[in-house]
Design a protein around this ligand. Structure first.
Ligand SMILES: [Zn+2]
Length: 424
C-alpha cells in the first residue's frame, strides 16, 4: 500500500470505531422507521465536513413514510475535478427491532474484547462507517484520483428498500452516467465478495370454509383443515423436491444453494384474547404466507406454478377445497459477473490486504442490489463489508474491530484501483 495511504489508514483506526458507535447510537428501528432524519443528518454533516456536496431525499409516499416517520435518505458526492468514473458506497441506516436476549445496551456501542456490540454494528453501520473512513483516508492521502465518489445512507432496506434505494434508483441516483460502480458494505465478511442473491416469491394462500358452531363442525367446513391438507401435500412433495434442486450460484451457507420454502405466518379462526375468552367457531378462512426463495436456474412461472398445481389438485380431489393465491412480492435472482470491474477490484484489494484469495459468494436473501440492478439497470455492483452475516438481527450483535479496519483498507484500495490515476 502507498505510504501516504498507509499512514492515513493507521491514523484513522480509532475514527472508524467512533463513527460506528456514533451511528449505532441512533435507534433507527424499522419498522416503524425511528430516528431516520437525525441519523441521516449526522451522516450528512460528516460527509460535508469531508468535502462532499450533500443532498437529503425523502422517500415521499413510500410505504411507511409519514410526517412522524419520514423516510429520510442522504446522498453525498465528492468531485475530484478530473473526468472519470463514479464509485458509490451505499449503506442502509435502518436496523431491525432489538428483540430479547441482550446482555448489553443495544445502542451504547459497547467496546469489549476487540469488538463493538450493538444493534446495527454488524448489519450494517460498521460497514457504512468503514466506507466513509476509507474514503476520507484516501482523500487525505492526496493520491491523484479521477472521477467522483458518492456515499449514501438509505432507509428501509430491512422492509424492502422502497423508501430508500428503490426510491433513489427511481430518481436516477443509481444509473449511468451518474454512477458506474457500486459497493454495498453489507456484512458478508471481510474476505468475501457477494455478487448477487437468490430470488424471492412471497405469496399468501387462502383456503376457504364455512362458519358454524364449534360444537357442530359438521354443519360448517373448516378452513384450517383444508390448509392442513395443503401443508401436508407440500411436506410430501414440494419440500423434498426443493431440497434436491441446487444452484450453480455460490450461495452461502451451503444449505441455501438449494431452493427453500418457509411459512412466514399463518392466520385463522378465533384466538383466546387477554381474558382467556374465545368463541367456538368453525373458521371460514385460513391464510398462510409463503416465503419461497428460488434459484437462478428456476423461472418465476415455475415457482408459482408448482404451488398452484398442488392447490389445483386438492381442489379437484378434496371435497369443499377452494383457495386463492395473492402474490405479495417478487424479486428475481440477480448476479454480477465475477469478471466485472467492481468484483475484480475488491477481490484484488482483499488479496493485497489479507494476503488470501477472495471468495465470491451469493446471498441467501435479497438486499438493495436488486433495486440497483432492476430499476437503475446498473450491474457493476457487489456487497462487501465487515461483519458475520449470521450475527445480523441477533441479540448481542457485534462487529470485530480488526475486520472493520481490514475492510476499510480493502474499500480504500478498491476505490483507488477503480479511480486512481498515475498518469502524468
Ligand atoms: Zn443489511
Amino acid at each position: 500500500m502507498d505510504e501516504k495511504l498507509e499512514r492515513a489508514m493507521v491514523e484513522r483506526q480509532a475514527a472508524v470505531v467512533e463513527l460506528t458507535r456514533a451511528l449505532v447510537a441512533y435507534p433507527t428501528i424499522n419498522p416503524p422507521g425511528e430516528a431516520y432524519t437525525p441519523c441521516a443528518e449526522f451522516l450528512g454533516k460528516r460527509l460535508r465536513q469531508s468535502g462532499f456536496a450533500v443532498q437529503y431525499i425523502r422517500g415521499e409516499g413510500a410505504p411507511g413514510d409519514s410526517d412522524r416517520y419520514p423516510r429520510t435518505n442522504v446522498v453525498g458526492r465528492f468531485e475530484t475535478g478530473r473526468p472519470g468514473p463514479t464509485i458509490h458506497f451505499n449503506g442502509h441506516l435502518d436496523v431491525v427491532e432489538v428483540g430479547r436476549g441482550w446482555t448489553v445496551d443495544p445502542f451504547a456501542g459497547v467496546v469489549r474484547d476487540g469488538r463493538i456490540y450493538g444493534r446495527g454494528t454488524c448489519d450494517m453501520k460498521g460497514g457504512l462507517a468503514a466506507a466513509v473512513v476509507a474514503v476520507e483516508a484516501l482523500l487525505a492521502s492526496g493520491l491523484p484520483l479521477a472521477g467522483a465518489i458518492e456515499i449514501s445512507g438509505t432507509v428501509d432496506e430491512e422492509s424492502g428498500g422502497f423508501g430508500g434505494v428503490a426510491y433513489l434508483a427511481g430518481q436516477g441516483f443509481f444509473s449511468k452516467p451518474r454512477v458506474d460502480h457500486v459497493i454495498i458494505p453489507e456484512p458478508l465478511n471481510v474476505d468475501r465478495v457477494c455478487i448477487g442473491h437468490r430470488g424471492v416469491w412471497w405469496a399468501e394462500v387462502e383456503t376457504h370454509g364455512r362458519i358454524a358452531h364449534g360444537s357442530m363442525p359438521f354443519l360448517g367446513d373448516c378452513a384450517i383443515r383444508h390448509m392442513g391438507a395443503f401443508i401436508q401435500a407440500l411436506e410430501a412433495e414440494v419440500f423434498p423436491a426443493l431440497a434436491r434442486r441446487r444452484t450453480a450460484m455460490p450461495v452461502v451457507p451451503d444449505a441455501a444453494r438449494a431452493s427453500t420454502l418457509n411459512f412466514n405466518g399463518i392466520q385463522a379462526g378465533t384466538v383466546p384474547d387477554g381474558t382467556g375468552l374465545q368463541a367456538p367457531c368453525v373458521p371460514d378462512r385460513c391464510r398462510l404466507t409463503l416465503d419461497r426463495r428460488y434459484l437462478l436456474e428456476e423461472s418465476p412461472g415455475e415457482v408459482r406454478g408448482e404451488i398452484e398445481a398442488v392447490l389445483e389438485r386438492l381442489a379437484a380431489d378434496r371435497p369443499g377445497f377452494s383457495f386463492a393465491v395473492r402474490e405479495l412480492m417478487h424479486v428475481a435472482p440477480i448476479m454480477t459477473e465475477p469478471t466485472a470491474p467492481v468484483p475484480q477490484a475488491v477481490a484484488a484489494a482483499i488479496r493485497a490486504v489479507l494476503g488470501r484469495e477472495a471468495d465470491f459468494v451469493a446471498s441467501p436473501g435479497t438486499y438493495d442490489q436488486k433495486h440497483i440492478a432492476r430499476i437503475g439497470h446498473l450491474h457493476d455492483c457487489v456487497a462487501y463489508g465487515p461483519g458475520i452475516l449470521d450475527l445480523a438481527h441477533q441479540p448481542d450483535e457485534f462487529v470485530v474491530i480488526e475486520d472493520l479496519v481490514a475492510s476499510m483498507r480493502v474499500m480504500a484500495l478498491a476505490t483507488l484501483s477503480l479511480m486512481g490515476t498515475d498518469r502524468p
